[in-house]
Design a protein. Sequence first.
Length: 101
Amino acid sequence: LTSAAVLTQLTHYIDAGGGSRGARMVIDPQGKCLPQTRRGAKEEWRFRSELAEDKNHKLTIQYSQGSFITEVKSLRMQPCINGIYFEKNWPDFLKGDIYTQ
């Protein structure tokens, strides 16, 4: 079921014109990217580049009543994280200082 979900989502993304992204290379004879090697260009590996607008949304998929439902959702704005530190209380925990009252 997981493999089917991944392949369904990829098919939806590529059919909608999506380009290469992350670990996925979308081979396309009309793609703008053409890998170069010591022996010249590799036309059979021509691929679509990543689309800048794809970085502004995420793709979701769910399984319901025997079929997959795909959606495109806008990304949330990241909050300002100045002054927030990951596990900032860890040193106090290690020293036992968080238990003092």
